[in-house]
Write a protein that binds this ligand. Structure first.
Ligand code: FE2
Ligand code: FE2
Length: 355
């Protein structure tokens, strides 16, 4: 066994930032994360059925959809349809990675059913715009499905962070198309695209994306709380290499990306300000710099027995807010379990990881 000079150990110890010391074993942390996901998933389904039970055909008066939208708006609808219609790939690829987790895999199937209706909603919008017909859409979809979407990351922790940023980005896209649909765009090209049906579609779908974002955010917080070092590293990787889903497999995607940028729907500015900054704030990180610094100073130090012990810096990361958020998650789960009676037979209480 390697033995370490006590003086060196002392120096390391003195330099080591004062951080909360984790109390729980790896097995216990994994168990709690899993229980958290199952509880959140059960809560989510109840809320989804109660508040967002819409239908892409019948919840909208499609006959009233404008037939004289600008070609640019129709092109944007087409692009949104293209992204959403890869839902079979979004579901199957990640499902294989998370299938052992009850909470994440069952949620993922539910999530997929909500993404599937997004594809149908944009399909209807393109069709009722009167500027493309059913055959055109069938051919287009056939072309799109020639390519298959691949996972950007193949581990559950990176993917939870990817979905946090991706859901937020999608929500921002739809909310900003909603600005055009309300006739509020400052851009001349889109001045004449006011349309109450399109506005309703944007609001409805953005509410789904907000709910998705929220679920993944809560999941990310569970990882941040129980595995802070690994979680902030995964988050940083995801931010560094983030790209919108399917952008690399949709034909002429660059033109679409340029168009949504020009339309003030989504571009580097919206991505930095409305997606990354917002998500970081929600995750208790004060900014990208804080995240990078935290990672740089994260290290493994040997303890007296020569075992490597994890240290993490929470400077720039509001760990207190993460802890409160995780307590809130379990509080929400408890309320749901009390309502249904689950609390009496198999409760999911919060278990603190720090003294
Ligand atoms: Fe979606
Ligand atoms: Fe979504």
């Amino acid at each position: 066994m390697v033995s370490y000079d006590p003086d060196i150990l002392q120096t390391i110890e003195d330099e080591r930032p004062k951080i909360p010391v984790g109390l729980l074993s790896r097995e216990e942390k994994d168990r709690l994360i899993e229980r958290g996901f199952v509880g959140l998933y059960r809560w989510y389904v109840a809320k989804s059925q109660e508040k967002r039970n819409w239908n892409p055909d019948l919840s909208f008066d499609w006959r009233e959809f404008r037939k004289d939208h600008s070609p640019e708006v129709v092109r944007i609808l087409e692009g949104f349809f293209a992204v959403e219609q890869y839902v079979p790939d979004y579901v199957t690829t990640l499902l294989r990675v998370i299938r052992k987790s009850h909470g994440r895999s069952h949620f993922h199937i539910r999530w997929g059913s909500e993404e599937e209706r997004h594809a149908e909603l944009w399909h209807n919008a393109v069709l009722f715009s009167g500027q493309r017909d059913g055959d055109w859409l069938r051919n287009y979809m056939g072309d799109l499905r020639q390519n298959m979407w691949q996972l950007p990351w193949d581990d559950p922790m990176h993917m939870i962070f990817y979905t946090v940023f991706q859901e937020r980005a999608t929500q921002v896209n739809y909310l900003n198309l909603g600005v055009i649909a309300r006739g509020k765009s400052d851009i001349d090209t889109f001045k004449n695209d006011a349309d109450p049906i399109l506005d309703q579609a944007c609001r409805t779908i953005a509410a789904d994306e907000a709910a998705h974002y929220n679920f993944f955010l809560e999941g990310a917080r569970l990882y941040m709380y129980y595995y802070p070092t690994k979680a902030i590293e995964a988050m940083s990787d995801v931010i560094k290499y983030f790209a919108m889903p399917a952008g690399n497999i949709i034909p002429n995607y660059d033109q679409f990306a340029e168009l949504v940028h020009r339309a003030a729907i989504y571009g580097p500015r919206e991505h930095a300000k409305d997606v990354v900054a917002v998500a970081l704030k929600n995750l208790g990180v004060s900014g990208r710099k804080a995240l990078e610094n935290g990672i740089k100073r994260t290290r493994l130090v040997p303890d007296e027995e020569g075992n490597l012990r994890e240290t993490a810096i929470f400077e720039g990361i509001d760990f207190g807010s993460i802890q409160s958020a995780v307590k809130r998650i379990f509080g929400r789960i408890e309320a749901h379990e009390r309502e249904s009676g689950l609390w009496e037979v198999d409760p999911t209480p919060f278990v603190p990881h720090y003294a």
